[in-house]
Design a protein around this ligand. Sequence first.
Ligand code: MSP
Length: 517
Amino acid sequence: MSKRFYITTAIDYVNGQPHLGHAYEKVIADVIARSRRSLGQETFFLTGLDEHGQKVQQAAVAEGKNPQSYCDELARAWQSFAARLNLSNDDFIRTTQPRHKQVVQAILAKLHSQGHFYREIYEGFYSAKEETFLTEKDRRPDGTCDPAYGEVVRLQEQNYYFKLRDHQAWLIGYIEQNPSFIAPDYRRNEVLGCLKNNVLEDLCITRPASRLNWGIPLPFDADYVTYVWFDALSNYLSMPAAQGDPGVPEAFRAPPGGNSPPLELWPADIHVVGKDIVKFHCVYWPIMLRAMGAALPKQVLVHGWWQKDGQKMSKSTGNVVDPVAVIEEWGADAFRFYVLRELDIGLDGNWTDAGFRARYAAELANGLGNLVNRSLSMLKRYRNGQVPAVSQELAPEAERVINDTRALLQENQLQAALQSIWSLITRANQYVDHTAPFKLAKDPSQGQRLDEVLYNLTEVCRILAVLLWPFLPETAGKIYAQLGLGGTPDKLAAARWGELQPGHLIGSPSALFPRKE
Ligand code: MSP
């Protein structure tokens, strides 16, 4: 077996409300994972949940539940959220699973034995609400803090710290020498600027168990639990480690000889994360891995943030987009299409309901839906659904789009790939208007021309199903079924002009994207 393409998402806080931002990130990762599979690469897609911490502990207590059963209930809701988005994840990691906790403890034990940690007293202002110590920068001139921090108290606490300073120089060199490590470029430049202009503060990696017990205990000091980020970042490695992945250093990896052969995953090919957690993924995580003796992930792909109607989404003002409600009304593919077509990975975006409806009407219903519906309906009506002889008329244009789309998918340029696919949809719709098959059908001397036109249109529909599968898996499957083809259009190799066989009988056309008032 060889190494699989391994892609991950950030793991969401279990006590948060699943929203547009979470959904967007998971859809990006899903489309990349499906694209890689379609390109013929063995792929593993991991997503999951971040379940430890004070807020979870407090919320569970407030509901009179023990934290584990509280998390188990929420995890069911998050997993059904993933299913609603039609994610093709191969596993779902939860930081409260024994397989994860064991690996985190093994990592902590090794780094401790190698002298990467020290214990120190820290005194400062602490916000329980945000679970964080505040710096002078967080305090206003009159000494008070933003009310968002809730009650702020002076706290003296002894904790374990991870020495980061020694790592600053090699990390700068690494990021400079590996330009694709952080994408897009402007995010890499931000990280480099930050590393070059600041001295890295050592990272606090614990909380006293007396204050926070919903966490993974330090294997070498029972008075402490690991603080959430050390725990959370390790999820990317703990799943491969539990599977005996030979890419994971031996000290953390499950011994071989389990029931299934080891998965070869590490190093990760892509971590998809939001711009707010870049420092954790591009500074702390590489340093942790280097200290462990593990290879670094190949890329951190950073996406931007969504707003709604030009404003921050916030539950308290009701200004949120609920992806499940959108999916119930419009379908998962319409949601997936809008977020990826609207926003290039990296930039910030703005959701408007009007924008969503406009793209649905123009690009899905009138563009793709109309093309497939009229092409297949005409084949049904004029040729009893039987595919005519192969014609090459649109082959050069289709092949250009196939090649462009393939190259764009290889570079994770999802928005550009959609634009490329839609150029073929637009071209084929124009072709219908120009060739006017409904007129040809009325003139018996034009029978051969009608055959040519119908072949070109039907073959474009088949190719579109293959190109669209990573983005719109449900729709792609429907197009295949309406074409009377078995299986799933999940291999890009099938996007080759002329594969649709003359004489083949198509199924029944029906609207892919019903028009709505
Ligand atoms: N638990 C941490 C991540 C640990 S990863 C080792 C966390 N969780 S989160 O639930 O707050 O966020 C999960 C992901 O959703 C992050 O990548 C974050 O950037 C993304 N988003 C949260 N709100 C968002 C928007 N409004 N828009 C786009 N993505 C956003 O951070």
